[in-house]
Design a protein around this ligand. Structure first.
Ligand code: MG
Length: 310
């Protein structure tokens, strides 16, 4: 098994040598041997019933032998909010309290807003998830995050959070992935539980990192049938790691994704930041409501057409 993994790793880059060395540890820790196969779905090819073509891959969900992507150099993109963006965090506790709700969770179970340390312009994850007060459907998100220096990490432990659209259904993983090796579909920039990032531009602990994400929510018909999947484009430290990628369903630990796992849900739901036991830091968060912008633009165009008599 290790030899086979080594052969695959050798074909895709030197960074995978570490992954192969650690695979046995990861497998031992998590016990992943039969989590079910990840499915690749081609949304452009349909069967007679209109269902997208779905093919099981040979990778298990969270497969420790799946090669980790090649390491590349990424740099923080720290972009200011455009005029039409909702600023979800401007560096102050006031903006955090104004735009987010603490969810009930953690051990012991509490409901606590995350905190901006005195004199700082970032906030720190603690005790429970937080969600935006406003819901979003299609959106462009900018968010910066940092693993505090000195974290001891192993696989999913030590430096884990997540940027989760539609109130937790579709997660872009936040994890220490500069030196910490985990299963490929669970590292930073992965669409958690089904697709690794294209490459790995993660920066070291103690350094700020950026995600620029375009999320397009799934579409359902009135009967609840899925007519288009969710799509995700993720730019991680300036590098595209998910390119208009159809999502094979909601993401969750050990969850086998696939066409059948989609369930009709409201299009507009809060953005969620995940508490996974680690004090991940966040700053400069803004989001553009693409759905609302599109509706405004369509209304303006309809008015213009009417005036033109077309
Ligand atoms: Mg996570």
């Amino acid at each position: 098994m290790l030899l086979a993994a080594a052969a695959i790793a050798g074909a895709t880059g030197t960074a995978n040598a570490a992954a192969v060395q650690d695979a046995a540890t990861v497998e031992k820790k998590h016990g992943f041997t039969n989590t079910g196969l990840v499915r690749d779905i081609d949304w452009h090819v349909r069967d007679a019933a209109g269902k997208p073509l779905e093919t099981p891959t040979k990778w298990h969900v969270h497969d420790p032998y799946r090669p980790n992507p090649v390491k590349v150099e990424g740099v923080l993109l720290t972009t200011p909010a455009p005029a039409d963006a909702d600023v979800l965090f401007d560096g102050t506790q006031e903006s955090l309290n104004k735009n987010w709700d603490a969810q009930f969770g953690g051990k012991p179970r509490r409901q606590e807003m995350w905190r901006v340390p005195a004199g700082k312009d970032y906030f720190v994850a603690r005790n429970n998830d937080i969600t935006t007060k406003k819901g979003y459907a299609d959106a462009q998100l900018h968010i910066e995050w940092r693993v505090p220096a000195g974290r001891k990490c192993q696989s999913q432990g030590g430096a884990n959070s997540g940027v989760m659209f539609n109130n937790g259904l579709y997660e872009v993983q936040v994890l220490e992935s500069h030196t910490n090796i985990t299963y490929a579909d669970g590292q930073a920039g992965a669409l958690y539980n089904h697709l690794p990032p294209l490459v790995n531009p993660a920066r070291p602990q103690g350094e700020w990192q950026s995600y620029d994400i375009v999320f397009t929510g799934p579409r359902f018909d009135d009967a609840g049938k899925l007519i288009a999947p969710a799509y995700m484009t993720v730019i991680f430290n300036g590098v595209v790691v998910q390119a208009n990628q159809p999502m094979n369903g909601p993401g969750d630990y050990k969850r086998v994704s696939g066409y059948a796992t989609y369930r009709k849900h409201p299009a507009r739901q809060p953005l969620r930041l995940q508490w996974h036991g680690d004090p991940i830091e966040f700053r400069n968060i803004w989001i553009r409501d693409i759905t609302a912008t599109r509706e405004t633009q369509k209304a303006a165009e309809a008015a213009a057409l009417k005036e033109l008599g077309r």
